[in-house]
Write a new protein. Sequence first.
Lengths: 574, 453
Amino acid sequence: MNELVVNRPTNVDRRTALREAARAVAGAVLPALPAGYTSRPAMRRSLRAAQSFDSSALPPAPPLGAIVLHRLGFGPRPGDMTAWQSLGANDDARLVAWVDQQLNPAAINDTVANTRLAASGFTTLNKSLVQLWQDHHLTDPPWEIREQPFYEVEMATFVRAIHSQRQLFERMVEFWHNHFSVYGYDFLIGPTWAAYDRDVIRANALGNFRTLLEAVTKSNAMLYYLNNSVNSVDGPNENYAREVQELHTLGAENYFGAIPASQVPRDGTGRALGYCDEDVTAVARCLTGWTLRDRSWDPNFGDTGEFFYYHPWHDTGAKTFLGVNIPAGQPAMKDGRDVLDILATHPGTAKFICKKLCRRFVADQPPQSLVDAAVATFLANTAAPDQLKRVMRTIALSAEFKTTWGQKTKRPFEAAVGMFRAAGGDLPFRLDDNQATSWFSWMFYQTGHPLFQWHPPNGYPDVKEAWKTTSPKVMTWRLANMLVQVDNGAGQYYLNVIGQTPANVRTAWQITTYWTERLLGYFPPTEEFEILLDFMAQGRNPHVNLPFDTDEDTRDRVRALVAVIFMSPSFHFR
Amino acid sequence: MSQVTRRGFLMGCSAAIAGLAGARFNSMAFAQGGVNNEEILVVVFLRGGVDGLNLVPPIGGADRGFYEAARPTIKIPVSGVGAALPLGGGFGLHPAAAALHPLYQAGKLAIVQAVGLNVVNRSHFDAMQFVELGTPGSRAISSGWLTRHLASAANLPSEIVMPSLAIGDLQPASLLGDLETINIANPDQFSLDNGPWQWRSAQRVALRDLYQGGTTWQHQSGVQALDALDIVELNVAGGYTPANGAVYPNSGFGDHLKVLAQMIKLDLGLQVATVDVGGWDTHEEEGGATGYFANLVSDLSAGLAAFYTDLDGAGAQNYTNRLTVVVQSEFGRELRENSDSGTEHGYGNQMFVLSGNAIGGLHGTWPTLAPGALTDGTDLAVTTDYRRVLSEILIRRMGNNRLGQIFPNYANYAPLGVVAGTDLAPDYSTTGDTIFSDGFENATTSRWSSVSG
């Protein structure tokens, strides 16, 4: 890959636009297109003045199978659309079958992904929290060893998203990591990152919200990240207390600001409809003493990295939270657990979480009817061990889900994973691969979406306004060009476009049809297809066999075509 | 939507841009007549709530006593090692901000004290939205204040290659809804020069066709990206050597300011740029004259000073004469340090204005740190609405008096005197532009930063 870029002329693009203009003026040979397609020289359109856009215009919806695979999974792999067809007699039956299968991930055979993970040679993913703390922190190892659990989770997340059959589960993991977002590449947090990913996020991704919330609250990662590890009666620290309400449960929409708690409106039971600054203080007090064992010099603590409730640090006085009395002198951890109980069962929390889920899986501005339905499921199952599974089932099987398309753009992670999946590609994803994996990691970082590295605690944005801007867009396009060319240094392409083009696919028409349908999972709007065909035919009859098997330029053109499809509007709609 | 068609941004045509490559686009556009605004406004946002009381601590009087009592661990000393750098008026500058001290002494740095939102809000994400959308107390609007400035300014050239630039991976809320903004983190990487080489040109043609062939938001964004690529690829080549021997700190912020200086010097008509700096949420181990916060301040100050130097004087075409840099944050921090040697979210704060046209010195009404003067008994009060400072820059420097559009519901503007320039009567009308009724995003529902959390 590197050689390809370095050894060839690098001044071409500086003149690209001029050449485009020149060619446009010269005109182009009209490609002969089959009946049903109007031919038009691509370059002519380049000279059009800026067209007007329509803020409400949406693309035509693809078949339901494609919607499901792009939105509830990370995009179709070869064969996935065929498998979808075999799931039932009609789309409704197929959707129920697919969703119910996916919501029971333990029953899905994932041998391929597990074998693939094993091939990456990771050594930290199965270590216990205590072992991680011992091996990657207490020994004060060099930075690469200290952060090894972080790096391995980062790579394993790609491997799983690309290869796992448990696509919806991986989507949920992505959602909760982003909801309970922690900047993981950190001195104290990186060493136990594998435990946060495994024991907190993955263990509860389709489970119960209250259980997940407490697991997060007690996690090494969150205790450090939002400072509750040092929250004590003598020195309350409000950082987590505020964000657990604003970002993890009730949401900013239920923040009443600096007004007195007595002025926050109440529901029929006397519970406040939202929180104010006094509630932030109350939660901080309730969570005093929720810390971890990280003090080798203090025998009360020890230094194992585990969660630890230290009663002398706890503020035992009475508190009032959201209008609910929390009496003085409660047993160990009861104050904090009362807070988590109140938060996890509050209608404001249900609305905030469900709206975020609908935003992730349906549309940036999800239909209120859908949010309401999800909220009802959430609140009716607050004690159910599979509460989140039930909420997701409500969302995925809704009429709103089936009829919505194109209101979201893929974030760089899902776009990149989708490229690997659609093209049957892979990378070593090994710590010791300082070639392709390193290049990929570095280029992916440039998209603005490196995994687990959003600094503030609100998680990466999940609306198109953030991701349709120029930097993420161009950097994601750039990634596509990289992926179609990257090889192992011995001529073996990691994303083998040429090797995967069937032997009977040799004309521009066949090649464009094959790769377009395969990469998108559906046939794009005619106009998009024509442009791709123009690109592949380059002014010649698209029904003539190309010198695919003998001419490296032609092969490069096919690789370039695949990259353009990866960069096309259709590839990025969700 | 409206601003695209009105100014014909970029013409959506690589050939036209190519035809202008090499020419100083800005001067050409300006030559078309009319009184055009050549000012450049840079907004540096300190994410997380900068501790203004340690950035500009009191070094004398009764406030010094309140300050020292509240901050036994993290206070900045008034003498000896790590002493605050005197600013006059009983205040000093954090010692790690030494790089800015000469600029202050030269009258190029105005510091507004006790500035902030007119509503108390201690949520980072709410407060940032309020500041950047320009609508304190509400997040309902679908565009940022800089977006509305660009949309309402009557003195912009009819065509600008690059009106607004967001340095960094993502576009901030102050430029929400602006479809012309280029956001860029690394110009050397901002290119599609890595495709199979003999098909790169054809790829670009195909991409432009694909994105110009539709009308959705996705198509709009693709065209915007392609236009940005044309501009950057045609103009950014090779390395960049700062003028006047300016040395940027080796940091993300330093890199970003260097990129910005480079883009400014391309003369592409840049009006507005944003740069973000994170890490200011100092709940623990903040440090005093040295330590975590001091390191951030050092990076900030060294970066700003290098940026100013790089654009200053005849050696740099006197860009600083038409450059205004605003440094702001979402809120200040509590007066009292917490037991973790950090500070909790507060309210009133400082704002910096760095410009060749600055009226240097301390500005605003100091409310004092006396217990009775603190907001909620804990925080520095706000005596100056942040919109007053920005409005003055908009009017006196940018020549845009459309305050009703930029800051709806803001009234009674009067200049504070932080920058020199010509005063204009504020226009508080909110009508006359389609951006409120016909923004690209649905005004009633778009709340992206808040809901992303």
